[in-house]
Each structure stands twice: as structure tokens, then as C-alpha cells.
Design a protein. Structure first.
Length: 643
């Protein structure tokens, strides 16, 4: 049990905690949430004993092993695998004892420590370390690479692997998904779900928290508020509390009405049907999500360009890749045919290193084509976000100055009002960027993109460094955006809420993916299992042979998954057609009833017939909608079971 009793913690003149209470019981998996700067990392430091409370008591059980994810890399000269294995301090100590006994010729001590080594599962340590590293995206060829050879993001992954390698009773993880791709996030979620100890997790990824946590601790107004359940349960409970306030309720209703207006307007237009359905799903959750974020400081929209083109960008028989130092070329995606049309909302899926970033960089001209054509529409205007945009910011300039450089005629008052939606209020709008956190830089980069009114948004991991409130605001802004979207993200809530179709980047190709995220996870697992089988079967073969995947087996598994879901998808299509037909008939009746002469006594029978038709088609529409909802729920449940 970990217990905080009347704990106060002061930093400078500000209290982070003030007479706060909290109890975490053994085996619980706790998500720690709160605004940036609220004191989450300080709470971790107190649990680890590195920071002491100013008042109150913190009870930590003795003899409990605490593992944590470091933010800095200690020894860059170690290999990746050895660095990971260093996480098991106890095992390393035993290894040192074995070497010492062997050097001293002490057979008794040597035998004793060999027995301890076996008890500490030392003989399986390397395979366990390799499994952890592979799950987090490292290849077998990376195991013997020096830590110094990896970029900053990959070093953070090494620190995560090292924390997971450490046998522990309490595991503390601070933003573990920030530098992971979607595949690694899914793997980590499964690993943590099976972790037997007590987990305390800081994360801004709501789906990640939903998949793991049994409790949520909200650090809010210097208190530690404990909620039972996962993040969605927390939202529901907090919403019930906040909904009692009339102002909150009224603001929620305005948001619901805005979403409903879009749904009513576009649900039965072929070009907008998918967008309307995604907003309809969001509307169902609004009662739970809206009030829980009603006090967020972030609220903004992304305006659409005044003009657009039907075909925004196309790659035609294009070879995508890199030019090597020796002048040669490495083609990652060959003979690629890929287009984005106005209004499309695409999510890119694919294993790490398959070429998702290569595709994006080729679309925005960051990479020259190695072959083929790249064609833009006459009015294409791209808003591109990647982590590189953060480093391109002028560190000496303020957010206001960044905007004014884009539009010199813009009034400062208008600019500051606009930036307020991105959380830059008061003096923050005039501060130099060099003092900004990663989250603040990401918010500024997004604000610059939105200010320029694009008709195509290309977003490469836009939620890195963003807290939950800003992610929610970005999700809502993307839902409202009328242009096209192409997004790569490990944030499943953002993907599920904003895209309507998926493309898969794998095996040097880009192709439509017939499925959603659960189906992708099933595909990924099948691919990994087949890769493992191939590795075992070809242990004596070359590495290239080991990494081959049985594509026939992949196709069989994918076909099997589609076959199980096909009847439900057909039902949904049928109900959508029924809704479309009923709405069309209602439109005909409504137009007929707009004739003022219809209400003359002479046309009484005709009016009665039209009223009967109206009632008939309204009922048909309601029945079709209800059937659609039931089929949609059944499909989602089946996909979850299959995943």
C-alpha cells in the first residue's frame, strides 16, 4: 500500500499539493493525470524517496522494489541489449559475485552464486531482454549497436525497456508512449496489462489509460482525487459532478447542438456520409466527455482554405526513398500510386520502419522522388505538422510575432485572441519560444498551421508532448475541419474520432486497408507470429531469410477476419441504404407540403395522404437508424473480441 496523508509540497512560492490524501493498494494500476506543471513528476519523486513532503506523511511499504523509467541515458557506450539487461540490478550483482568467486578460486561460493543466478532467472535474461526490445520496435540487428548510435527518441525506448527489465513490485512510468509508434504502444499496453505489481502511470493517451488502468488519480487544485475505473470511467464520474452546474450543462448542450447540426445536414449526402457518421459516434459520447473537459483552456478551430481542388495531391508510379552517401538510392516504397482527394480523412498504418514517414515527406516535398510523378491540385494548400516543425520555430520570437510574420496586417488584439484558444494567454503570447516546453512548442506549431487556412492537413504524430486537454481540443478541431486529413498517430482516440479510412504501408507498398484498428492489431499479431515461426525454422539461415513473412498466411488470416465481419458490415450497409431511402422520401413529402394551395379545403384528401406518408417515412427512418445503431454496436463488439 502507498498512502499519502495530509501531504503538502511547496515549490518556490507555489503549493503543488496542499493537505492531500491518497491510498493506492497493492496490485492496482493507477493513471496519474493533471495539467502540465501540476506536480505529477514531483509525486513520482516522493514515491521514490528523492523528494520529501513539507508537511504530512507518506507511507511506503518496506522491502518493495521500485522500478522507474529514467528520462536521461546513463551509459552510451553499452550495447542496446546490455543496457536493457542493466535494468536488473540484482542479476548484475550476482554476475559480479560469480566472477569474483571464480577469480578467487572459491568453488563453494561459485556454486552458491550460480544457484542464485538460476533462481534470478539469469539463464533466460538475454532472451527476455531481446523480447522487450523487439516489442518496443528494435530489430535483432540493433541488439549489439551502441546506445550512442541511437537517436534521442530511441534512447528513451531503451530506458523504457530497462525499466521493464527490472523485477519490481511498484513500476513508475512517466509518459512512456511519447516516443513510441502505434505498434509499440499496442505491445506495451498488453505487457502492462499483465504486469503483476502496482503500476503508477503518467500518460496523456486516453485509450492507453483505458486499456490498462483500474483507478485514476486526478491532481487538481492541489488535491489528489481518486476515481475507480479507467479514464472513461473517470470522465463519466467527473461529468456527473460537473453537470450539476448549470453553466457547464448549457455549454455542453451548445456543443451537442453543433455536432447534431452537422449530422443532420450531411448524414445522407454521399460525399459526407462517413464524416457525419464519425460525428454521430462522437455525439453519443458527448454527454460523457464534454463536461469532463469543460474547464479546458484550449478551444480552437482550423479554418478551411477559400478555394480547393477535387484532387489535392497524387503520386503516380513513384519510387519513394532516400539518396545514400555513395550516391546510390534506397527505395522504401516502389511504384507507388497514392492520391488524396478533397474531403478524404485517411489514417496511415504500418509497422515501424515500413515507410509511413517516407510517404509523408514525399507528399510535402521534403524528399525528392526517386522516380515517377508528384502532382498537386491547382488550389492545394497543405498544412504539414511533424516534430521537425518544432525545431524550425524561431527561439527568439514570441507566438504573436510568429503569426504577424505570416500576416503582417493582422492586428495584435486579433492575434492574441486567436492564440488564446491554443493556451497562449496573457504574457505567454509575448514570451520567447526558447523558454517553451515541448508541449508549448507543439501547440504553437499547430496554431501556425491553422492560421494559414489549409485544405489538406498532413499530420505526423501531432499529439507528442500534448496533454489530454489539448489532445481533446485538437480532436474536436479535426472533426470540424472540412478539408482532407492524412494522419499518422499512436493516439488511437484521435485516429478513431477523426479518420474514415485507413491505408497500410507494408512490404514496400501502400494499399487501402479493409478494417479498423482492432483488425490492424490482429493483422500485426499474425505477422509477428509468422515472423517468429520463420525465425525458429531458419535459425541457421541468413538474417534476410529469418525476417521473411509468409504472405499467404497473412492473406488467409486477413480473409478469415473479413469473413467473420462481412455479415455485420453488410447489415450496416443495408440499414444505411434504408435510411437514405427514407430520408429521400421525407424530402419529397416535405417539398410537396410546402405548396400553400395544399391547405385549401379542396385539397383536404391530398393533404391527409401526404401527412400519412410523412408519418410512414419518419417511422421507417427511425427504425432504420435504430437497426443501424444495433448493427454498429455488434460490429464493434465483434472486432474487439477478435482483437
Amino acid at each position: 500500500m502507498i498512502q499519502f496523508s495530509q501531504v503538502s509540497l511547496q515549490r518556490g512560492t507555489q503549493f503543488l499539493l496542499e493537505q492531500a490524501d491518497m491510498t493506492i493498494f497493492e496490485g492496482q494500476k493507477v493513471g496519474l493525470i493533471g495539467a502540465n506543471g501540476a506536480g505529477k513528476s514531483s509525486l513520482f519523486a516522493m514515491v521514490r524517496g528523492e523528494l520529501h513532503a513539507d508537511t504530512g506523511e507518506i507511507f511506503l511499504p518496506g522491502q518493495k522494489r521500485i522500478a522507474f523509467m529514467a528520462q536521461e541515458v546513463e551509459d552510451v557506450d553499452r550495447t542496446a541489449l546490455e543496457y536493457c539487461l542493466d535494468g536488473d540490478d540484482h542479476l548484475r550483482q550476482i554476475e559480479a559475485k560469480i566472477e569474483h568467486a571464480q577469480a578467487a578460486g572459491d568453488d563453494h561460493a561459485h556454486a552458491h552464486w550460480l544457484s542464485e543466478y538460476e533462481n534470478a532467472h539469469g539463464y533466460t535474461a538475454r532472451s527476455r531482454g531481446e523480447t522487450l526490445l523487439q516489442g518496443l520496435g528494435f530489430k535483432m540487428a540493433d541488439m549489439e549497436k551502441k546506445v550512442a548510435d541511437f537517436s534521442g527518441g530511441w534512447r528513451i525506448r531503451l530506458n523504457l525497456a530497462r525499466a521493464l527489465m527490472c523485477p519490481s513490485d511498484v513500476l513508475l512510468l512517466d509518459e512512456p508512449t511519447n516516443h513510441l509508434d502505434l505498434d509499440a504502444v499496442m505491445w506495451l499496453e498488453n505487457w502492462l496489462r499483465n504486469y503483476p505489481g502496482t503500476l503508477i502511470l503518467i500518460s496523456h493517451d486516453r485509450d492507453f489509460l483505458d486499456g490498462i488502468c483500474t483507478h485514476i488519480v486526478h491532481l487538481y487544485q492541489k488535491k489528489l482525487n481518486v476515481y475507480k475505473g479507467n479514464y472513461s470511467d473517470y470522465e463519466r464520474q467527473r461529468a456527473e459532478h460537473l453537470a450539476q452546474q448549470q453553466a457547464t450543462f448549457e455549454q455542453q448542450q451548445r456543443k451537442r447542438a453543433h455536432l447534431q447540426q452537422y449530422v443532420d445536414r450531411f448524414r445522407y449526402k454521399a460525399t459526407k456520409a462517413k464524416q457525419a457518421q464519425s460525428r454521430l459516434k462522437m455525439l453519443e459520447k458527448m454527454e460523457l466527455i464534454g463536461p469532463a473537459h469543460i474547464d479546458s483552456q484550449f478551444e480552437f478551430t482550423i479554418p478551411m482554405a477559400d478555394k480547393t481542388s477535387d484532387q489535392l495531391v497524387s503520386l503516380i508510379q513513384a519510387d519513394l526513398g532516400y539518396t545514400l552517401e555513395d550516391g546510390g538510392h534506397k527505395v522504401q516504397l516502389g511504384n507507388c500510386n497514392f492520391s488524396i482527394r478533397d474531403g478524404q480523412r485517411i489514417g496511415l498504418l504500418g509497422p515501424n520502419g515500413a515507410g509511413k514517414s517516407t510517404l509523408i515527406k514525399s507528399l510535402v516535398k521534403e524528399l525528392p522522388l526517386l522516380g515517377g510523378e508528384r502532382v498537386y491540385g491547382e488550389n492545394t494548400k497543405i498544412g504539414y505538422f511533424s516534430q521537425h516543425q518544432l525545431s524550425a520555430l524561431d527561439l527568439e520570437a514570441s507566438p504573436v510575432l510568429h503569426i504577424q510574420r505570416l500576416t503582417p496586417t493582422a492586428l495584435e488584439a486579433d492575434v492574441r485572441k486567436y492564440l488564446g484558444g491554443f493556451g497562449f494567454t496573457g504574457d505567454d503570447a509575448l514570451r520567447a519560444v526558447k523558454g517553451f516546453s515541448g508541449g508549448e512548442k507543439a501547440r504553437l506549431a499547430l496554431s501556425l498551421i491553422a492560421w494559414q487556412k489549409p485544405n489538406l492537413l498532413i499530420l505526423d504524430e501531432p499529439t507528442n508532448h500534448l496533454d489530454i486537454e489539448m489532445r481533446q481540443a485538437l480532436t474536436e478541431a479535426l472533426q470540424e475541419f472540412d478539408g482532407a486529413i492524412l494522419v499518422v498517430s499512436h493516439d488511437r482516440h484521435l485516429i478513431n474520432s477523426t479518420v474514415d479510412e485507413f491505408f497500410l504501408v507494408a512490404d514496400n507498398q501502400v494499399a487501402p486497408f479493409d478494417g479498423d484498428l482492432p483488425a490492424y492489431y490482429a493483422w500485426l499479431q499474425a505477422r509477428q507470429q509468422q515472423a517468429q515461426k520463420s525465425a525458429v525454422a531458419g535459425a541457421s539461415s541468413t538474417e534476410a531469410k529469418v525476417e521473411k513473412v509468409d504472405k499467404k498466411e497473412e492473406r488467409r488470416r486477413a480473409a478469415e477476419l473479413r469473413e467473420k465481419l462481412r455479415p455485420l458490415r453488410k447489415q450496416i450497409e443495408k440499414h444505411e441504404k434504408d435510411m437514405h431511402k427514407a430520408q429521400e422520401q421525407l424530402d419529397v413529402v416535405t417539398e410537396a407540403m410546402s405548396d400553400s394551395s395544399l391547405y385549401d379545403i379542396a385539397n383536404k384528401d391530398k393533404l391527409q395522404a401526404l401527412l400519412a406518408d410523412e408519418a410512414k417515412w419518419k417511422k421507417a427512418l427511425e427504425q432504420a437508424e435504430e437497426a443501424w445503431f444495433e448493427a454498429q454496436e455488434a460490429l464493434e463488439q465483434a472486432e474487439a473480441e477478435l482483437s
